[in-house]
Design a protein around this ligand. Structure first.
Ligand code: LLP
Length: 424
């Protein structure tokens, strides 16, 4: 998190003090560092230098248009999983021929939108989807490039809710069925099989599962080629883990070395769908301490951000570092506290028995590594407005999404006519 650092004891995003942003936009808010995204994009590109590799940034990680534009500036395309994400990627200026569409439940309307945009490929996850893509493509008079997403039945050794490559997971075509379906795709009108895709999970902290999955894909490529089928593109998905608080994920160079060893000899074009790795450590969620509550067994630090703003701790027991915006003296004693939000659920918690420096009501803290799967997973639960997102670049900043207006939120709803009549 080197782009978030203390300068004169105040936590900064690059050249901007987060406290100044809090004064301007109020709390809670998300803040993203352009420099942090930039260095990740460059590091990813460097690691795969010399290989025919394209980054299709996984839009679901952070789909703010400013973030997408930043990715596009670095030459990235997009991995999208809905018509909405496709619209965003196109609006942000991503080249259609660098967009791939994944997901188990694409609707006919979404497939139509992808075909109309002329995206690079549709990652097909079932036979039934393949049939639908073929039908829609024929109706449009086009030929759809498809990759078959394979489920290699590999344990990604990550949280069960973000594991996607085991047979019990809903994703992908089971490996034993893939070769047959690929051959049938090749014979089908309206679709052309361009290759295979694989993604076994997110926040992987070991290389072995990648090695296992990639090896199985490589073996499948050999089989397909032996039966005379062409495989020219491999989409290796995302999943590379980041450091939240003490994890030791693989280094990008080691991940790239694995790809060079296992996949590169196949001579395919390569696509990657990193999300978290590019943006996770490029964002923080800034929140204010509303209340200190000394319970019988716990000290609760109640902040103004809730699980509706950042769901990861509640949903995946995720551990995010929490830093005070004003640096604490090195000799300040830490004591354990539960950092909780205002939402009416016991799961609305950001940290349990976490050793924290002294915090008082009114203090500001940053919940770190919130750039991926933060703002995108927010909801308005408890009728809490969506919080602003601010992007920093050097000494300048821009509000890239304002705080949602609660009246505008309520304005979306209406009562049916018969209820209005009741009150007359
Ligand atoms: N490609 C596919 C097909 C995916 O399903 C995903 C993530 C990615 C790429 C990007 O994976 P990444 O590089 O970001 O690990 N909300 C969860 C993470 C869900 C990931 C879903 N799929 C979290 O907050 O941990």
């Amino acid at each position: 998190m080197s782009d978030f650092a203390y300068v004169n004891a105040r936590l900064h995003a690059e050249g901007v003090a987060l406290e100044d942003l809090a004064t301007e936009v109020g709390t809670p808010f998300y803040c993203y560092s352009t420099a942090a995204m930039e260095s990740r994009c460059e590091a990813f590109a460097r690691a795969f230098d010399g290989l025919p590799a394209t980054v299709c940034y996984s839009v679901k990680a952070n789909s703010n248009l400013a973030v997408l534009r930043e990715m596009a500036r670095h030459g990235a395309g997009a991995d999208v999983v809905s018509g909405g994400e496709l619209a965003r990627a196109l609006k942000a200026g991503m080249a259609p021929d660098k967009i791939v569409f994944s997901g188990v439940g694409k609707t006919a309307g979404e497939i139509d939108a992808a075909l109309e945009a002329g995206i690079a490929q549709i990652n097909v996850e079932s036979e039934s989807e393949l049939v639908m893509v073929g039908e829609r493509a024929r109706a449009h008079g086009v030929d759809a490039a498809v990759a078959l997403r394979v489920n290699p039945d590999v344990d990604a050794d990550t949280h069960e809710k973000i594991s996607t490559g085991k047979v019990e997971d809903k994703f992908g075509i089971d490996l034993p069925h893939a070769a047959d379906l690929y051959a049938r795709t090749a014979a089908m009108e309206g679709v052309t099989p361009v290759g295979l895709a694989v993604h076994i999970g997110s926040q992987l902290t070991r290389l072995d599962p990648f090695r296992e999955a990639f090896s199985r894909i490589a073996a499948l490529v050999h089989d397909l080629r032996e039966s005379g089928l062409e495989v020219r593109r491999l989409d290796l998905g995302g999943g590379l883990g980041i450091v939240y608080d003490g994890e030791t994920p693989p280094h990008i160079a080691d991940y790239a070395a694995l790809v060079r060893e296992v996949i590169a000899p196949l001579g395919c074009e390569l696509l990657f769908e990193p999300g978290r790795w590019l943006v996770g450590n490029a964002g923080v969620l800034v929140t204010r301490v509303i209340r200190i509550k000394e319970g019988l067994s716990r000290r609760f630090v109640v902040v103004d951000a809730g699980m509706n703003d950042l769901l990861r701790p509640a949903l995946y027991d995720a551990r995010h570092r929490i830093l005070p915006l004003n640096e604490t003296a090195p000799d300040a004693e830490e004591s354990p506290a539960d950092v909780v939000g205002p939402v009416c659920e016991s799961g609305d918690s950001f940290a349990v028995a976490r050793p924290l420096p002294p915090l008082a009501e009114g203090d500001l803290v940053a919940i770190c590594s919130a750039g991926a799967y933060g703002a995108v997973m927010a909801s308005t639960y408890n009728s809490r407005a969506l919080v602003p997102e601010v992007m920093v670049r050097g000494k300048v900043h821009a509000v890239v999404r304002p705080r949602q207006d609660i009246d505008a939120l309520l304005g979306l709803e209406s009562v049916p006519g018969w209820q209005e009549a009741d009150t007359d």
